[in-house]
Design a protein around this ligand. Sequence first.
Ligand code: 2NE
Length: 275
Amino acid sequence: WTPASDSDFTDIRYERTATPAGGIAKITIDRPEVRNAFRPQTLVEVSHALELAREDAEVGVIILTGEGPHAFCSGGDQNVRGDTGYIPEGETVGRFHVTDLQIQMRRLPKPVVAMVAGYAIGGGHVLHLCCDLTIAADNARFGQTGPRVGSWDGGFGASLLRDLVGTKKAKEFWLLCRQYDAAQALDMGLVNTVVPLERLEEETIGWCAEMLALSPFALRLVKSSFHAHEDGYAGIQQLAHDANLLFYASDEAKEGREAYKAKRRPDFTQFPRRA
Ligand code: 2NE
């Protein structure tokens, strides 16, 4: 892995590696002293790194992970939680930056893979839910803690979880705040695979390499197709705009554009009305 940004990140690392089929970006939440809990700055940096990965034409897949073997992410940093949200350093009014980040992850037209060692808890659990795939180490533990600390995530944290594990089980997560080990997570469809901790990164890179060998635009459409239903109008919009990106390359669409620029009536009679 090589550092891949000039940005002055304090809470994350942004790195890249090249494979014969394309590049993989890795975003690591680097706050192991608090089990990789996120503060506002952390989320601002993850968001920036996701944007860098999106704009980088070499990058085809993104890994989101946490530093060290003990935690992927333990959710919002309770030390900076105020009465109005999570308070950015030097400010007084709180925010929920994670709301926008979750949507950004789902909108990103490249697969995002959660690489989970140790705890994926609270808002950290929701981050893995928002990833397209999850590769877990055998020491991974999953759970929601919201009601224990006076919080909850009734958005993606409830709906995506329900889609994955069913309503009763999702409610169990939230109403009892239990933790589940990697084998249980695999059994309930919460993760894609479980591997020994020492093989976690190798396995994750293997999955990324498999995706890199596939059609990037087809992968983009696969992702937006799933979200078209789940994300309502916003999901449909993304899938529709993805289709539009392809339509723009057609002679039919080009005729509309060229006619407009030439100030003439477009001639669409040359194109078939497909059955
Ligand atoms: C993650 C977990 C289960 C780990 O347990 P363990 O025993 O392995 O570690 P320990 O000793 O609890 O944690 C190590 C250090 O990390 C801090 C701890 O306070 C401890 O600090 P020291 O005693 O060494 O000084 N730490 C861990 N998680 C933290 C956190 N989230 N904020 C601040 N400090 C944290 C265990 O640590 C745990 O249960 N952590 C709390 C999980 C949690 O409740 N997260 C917040 C959920 S709410 C949320 O994320 C959220 C939301 O609901 C809506 C919007 C946005 C966010």
